[in-house]
Design a protein around this ligand. Sequence first.
Ligand code: ADP
Ligand code: MG
Length: 550
Amino acid sequence: MPKIHKLSKEIISKIAAGEVIERPAYAVKELIENSLDADATKIVVSLKNFGLDEISVFDNGVGIDKEDLKIAIEPHATSKISSETDIESVATLGFRGEALSSIASISNFEIKSRVTNKKGYLYKNKKLRAVAMPEGTEVIIRNIFSSTPARKKFLKTSQTEYRQILSQFISFAIAKPEVEFSLLHNKKLVYKFKTKKLKSRISEVLGHETSKFLILTKLIDSYVRVDGFISHPQINFKSKERIFIYINGRRIHNLSLANAIRDGYKNLLMSHTYPLAILNIKIPVNLIDVNVHPRKEIIRLIDEHTVASLVKESVAKSLEDKNLTFRNLSFRDKLTKSSLAKSLREEISETKEAHLGLVKKTAEVIQLHNLYLVTETKNGVMIFDQHAVHEAVLYYKLKYAFLKKKEKNISLKIAKPILVKVSEIQESLVFENLEYLNKIGFDIEEFGEKTFKLSAVPLIATDLDPKVCFFETLESLENKSTKELDDNINSMLSYLACRSAIKSGQKLTKLQIKSLIKYLDKIDLGYTCPHGRPVKIELSKAYLETLFRR
Ligand code: ADP
Ligand code: MG
């Protein structure tokens, strides 16, 4: 083993920088945080070649004095804290004094700044010179990671890095409606967010159609204050991506708070789905610790449990006030009328009866609590979860029909091609995954500015609105790393089944119960639904006998 020696300062700073600035989006995050800490009311992010060639962030904040410019990019140089106790009460987004030095060490870096009533100065290649510029600060990063080729190798595709930048940008734009945010890519304006009210900012950022579905939520407790917007339950997603939680203005990722939001919906949401939510939580700074994660995305809450239950309460109360019921929610349940379901039914009637014979033909099935179906079996008593049963039945039906049809054709032509408008993020997803989308049966063509022409959809989606199918596929691409065809088809099938299955809380007629149970004879229903939740539980006669000490 070679002799141990101390690394040079330059190498140390590159190693440390790699930990904070793992990808271009994190540089953008740090720069926007600096602009916000400088009280900017206008921030412009400008990218070249998806941010890989150049990232610049300009703000109209307080600026940096001439003599501080070169100190700002020294390691551990900050104006935000000066003593150890300050860390406990830090109210700015930054405080470690690492960002600028880290970014400078892994890129070709320059910074310009001008404070009120002074000249502007540019600091570049260790030289300072006067420049004409408006008040504020601009940082330009060129060729990020050019000096750390190892890190560059680990970057995902440029489209993926670009989407990461866009998501960072979007989280800030929602967090600070009082600030105007613009983003340019290759000199083209991609976003300009100017509305100042939270609700209008959310719809500006996430699409105007969302604003109809936003529900205000607010709760003020002795020391925690929760406020923001949650979505009507019919707007829901397979991942937590659209849950934006800000603690004292900082976006954080916290599983128990995200779950608390979900729990607030009780059974208004199906399992494995999450709403859209934008929650601002204010907590006294001495009850949190922001210094536990390199990018400060995770915060330690001294009393996480209380905060989570307040979040849940806030969400639950605002939904109760809206008096939502299950029946209002089934806007996508179009499966019954559809051709695929029809042909499926035909297929199924031909299937030979399986030899399961679990449920007695003559046994009565009763519904309890609008959720459980209970019946007598040869060996005891069977309890079914009605949603899970229906989901499983639909899943098997869909899969069976799909496999049969797939052999012939995977794609279904739409009679009249439709135009779909997409967001910047969705456009980037389509470009990156075009080949895959074709493979699963989509026929898509670029059709002008953020618009695609859709002429065919995957056969599997016959029963869905082609647009819904398209957007749901994009959503699953956004959240999933696996591009395996079978995986994706299975997850699409199980998703379709879940969406279309009857919910818990729904009173079923005798006829509905009968037709549901009828399938149980024909399909080898496993003990779990496609999502892994139990479908049925059997209590054997022997077990009941031991309970009753017979
Ligand atoms: P930190 O934000 O943790 O203090 P940084 O390395 O990000 O550390 O920035 C170092 C210092 O440079 C900041 O403390 C601040 O004084 C100054 N600074 C950086 N960016 C800006 C900006 N956009 N406007 C004004 N001052 C800035
Ligand atoms: Mg900073």
